[in-house]
Design a protein around this ligand. Structure first.
Ligand SMILES: [Zn+2]
Length: 311
């Protein structure tokens, strides 16, 4: 049986918040089975606890945020969520002392490093997957995203369409068979990108005060401004795919199905997850035997064999 997971022990990191530009601390703590991903805003008195799910997601100008009924928010969660999916971590306490997670380098890689160094443990409960049973599609003008049933695992196919000298057409499409290791090597290092004109607008409006070449790829009208260039030749489409992986993992359950999209973003990805969950004919919640997992070609970044003791 494929089991639920959490981190092996507590670990913290600090970094700059994208919105505020100030230092933010985040601590990850092990959580028991069937907890889900639980965020706590430790800077509020009393602390506010928020469960990560599709309903709490709001797209903002810059990132994905979780917002509760009282309007309390935690921004920039999508790159963490994508990393969690690669480890198959479905239970975790995330304590943060600000309205946002640290942006780190604008990719999922620092989270991959963090969870690899601390390790994960299996919990004594079956892992739940969303298996897509029929086609679900959402559109916004020419943009679209869909999920289709597929025989094995989680497949992604994404196309972006930017008319920019630094983005060659053939580098704007990417297909990927999801696996934890594959995510770490192929997608996790792809950074957020933005255009110089957006940076100027944001700074003029006091937004993204923490944004810099340390945490984003910036393009002017002709080229990539970052002195070290790109991490992958197709870093842009890969980052959009990383975002989609994170956006589709907001419920903490891996997808068994085929995702394909054209010019998608956080809003459309979240609408797609909602559309999937809106009708019980669209999907089923399944558990997998180890054999089924192997046949489906699903793997997560390693876990040790010790079991997390029940609190
Ligand atoms: Zn992103």
């Amino acid at each position: 049986m494929v089991k639920q997971r959490t981190v092996a022990k507590e670990i913290s990191t600090t970094g700059i918040g994208l919105h505020s530009g100030t230092k933010v601390q985040v601590t990850f703590r092990p959580a028991p089975a069937d907890t889900g991903i639980i965020y706590t805003r430790t800077d509020l008195n009393p602390p506010v606890i928020m469960k990560c799910d599709a309903d709490s997601v709001r797209d903002t100008q810059l990132c994905t945020a979780l917002v509760n009924a009282e309007g309390v928010r935690i921004s920039t969660v999508e790159h963490l969520t994508a990393a969690l999916s690669a480890f198959g971590i479905d239970n975790l306490f995330v304590d943060v002392n600000a309205p946002e997670l640290p942006v780190l380098d604008g990719s999922s890689q620092p989270f991959i490093y963090l969870f690899e160094s601390v390790g994960t443990v299996e919990l004594d409960a079956p892992k739940r997957f969303f298996r897509v049973l029929r086609k679900v599609r959402v559109e916004d003008k020419e943009k679209w995203a869909e999920l289709n049933p597929c025989d094995d695992g989680f497949k992604l196919d994404l196309t972006i369409d930017f008319n920019h000298p630094a983005m060659e057409k053939e580098l704007q499409h990417f297909s990927f068979d999801f696996s934890g290791r594959g995510f770490a090597s192929e997608l996790s290092r792809a950074r957020t990108f933005c255009f110089m004109r957006d940076v100027e607008y944001m700074h003029a409006h006091n937004l993204a005060l923490g944004g810099s070449l340390e945490n984003a790829v910036v393009l002017d009208d002709y080229r990539v401004v970052n002195p070290d260039g790109l991490r992958y030749p197709n870093e842009f489409v890969k980052h959009k795919m990383l975002d989609a992986v994170g956006d589709l993992y907001m419920e903490g359950h891996s997808i068994l199905g085929a995702f394909s999209a054209y010019k998608t973003g956080h809003t459309l990805n979240n609408r797609l997850l909602h559309a999937l969950l809106s009708d019980s004919k669209n999907y089923e919640v399944v558990t997998l035997s180890s054999r089924e997992q192997e046949n489906a070609g699903i793997d997560f970044i390693g876990s040790n064999v010790m079991h997390f003791a029940k609190a």
